[in-house]
Design a protein around this ligand. Sequence first.
Ligand code: NDP
Length: 302
Amino acid sequence: MTATVIDGKAFAAKVRTQVAEHVTRLKSDHGITPGLAVVLVGEDPASQVYVRSKGKMTNEVGMNSYEHKLDVDTSEEALLKVIDDLNNDPAVHGILVQLPLPDHMDSDLVINAIDPAKDVDGFHISNVGLLGTGQKSMVPCTPLGCLMMLRDHHGSISGMNAVVVGRSNIVGKPMAQLLLGDSATVTIAHSRTKDLPDVVRQADIVVAAVGRPEMVQGDWIKPGATVIDVGINRIDAGLKDDGTPKTRLVGDAHFESCAAVAGAITPVPGGVGPMTIACLLANTVTACCRANGLSEPDGLTA
Ligand code: NDP
C-alpha cells in the first residue's frame, strides 16, 4: 500500500472537540445552549441506531438533544405540526427529520417545511439554491465532511480535477457544488456515464458515492490521486464459528487495490461516516450562532 489513510475517526473527534469548545463559549459568554431536534417516524432499526447515536453525540458536545419519535402511521399533517412547533421553538437551533419517511409521506414537502435556518441537513430547497449560487447556506453533512477532509489533506484543492461518481441530491450534487466552490474542475459521473474508468482516471480527487460495493477499482485511479469513499455497504463475509452468516462493511471503492495506487484514501469504516455526524453537530452550532447574530466558528462550514 502506498496511500496515506485519511483517518476520518480522528478528524471527526477533532471537529467534535472544536464544536464542544464553541458550545462552552456560547454558554459562558452568552447563556445560550445550542439545541438539536431529531424527528424519527416509524421503527426502522437502522434509523433508530442513527438517531440514538446522534442524540448521544449531541449531549457529549454539551448541546441539548430533543428526540421526537412518532408512530409509523402518524399522519403527514401531524408531522408537519411537530415541525412547525420546532420551527417556532427558540431552544431548537437545528432540526433533522430522519429519512427515509414512510411511503404515505411526501419527503420533499416535509423537508421544505423545516425553517431553512434550522435545516441542519441542508436539504431544504432554499439551502440547495443558496449552495448552488455560492451563497451562505446550511451545507449537507456528508459532503461537508468530505470537503473538510480534502481541505485538511491538500490545503487548497483549487485547480485540481475532481470526479464525483454519483449524482444524488444528498451526496453527489452538493459534493460537486462544494468542490466547485473551492475552484476544483468538477465532473459528475453517474450510471449513464460512458467509459467510467477512463473518466475516473483523469481525477486528482475521486469521490465515490454510488452505493455499489467496491465498484471503483485500483486500475481506475491515477497514481497519487485522493480517493474519498462515501459508500457504506454491508456484504456477506462467510460464516461465524457458530455457522451463522457474517457480514462486513465496505465502501464504494475497492480499498486494497485503490490504496496501492492512490496518494490518499479514506477507509470504510472510519472515513467519511464519522465525519457526517460531526458535521451535523458543526451545522447545529453554526445555525445557533447565525440565529443569535454571533460570529461562526472558523473551519466548521464551507
Ligand atoms: P443514491 O442511490 O441516491 O445515488 C447513487 C448514485 O450512484 C446515483 O446517482 C447513480 O446514478 C450512481 N450510480 C449507481 N450505479 C452506478 C454505476 N454502476 N456507475 C456509475 N454511477 C452509478 O445513493 P446516495 O448518494 O444516497 O449514497 C451513495 C453511497 O453513499 C451509498 O453507499 C450510501 O450508503 C453512502 N452514504 C454514506 C453516508 C455517510 O455518512 N458516509 C451518507 C449518505 C450516503 P443515476 O443517478 O444515474 O442512477
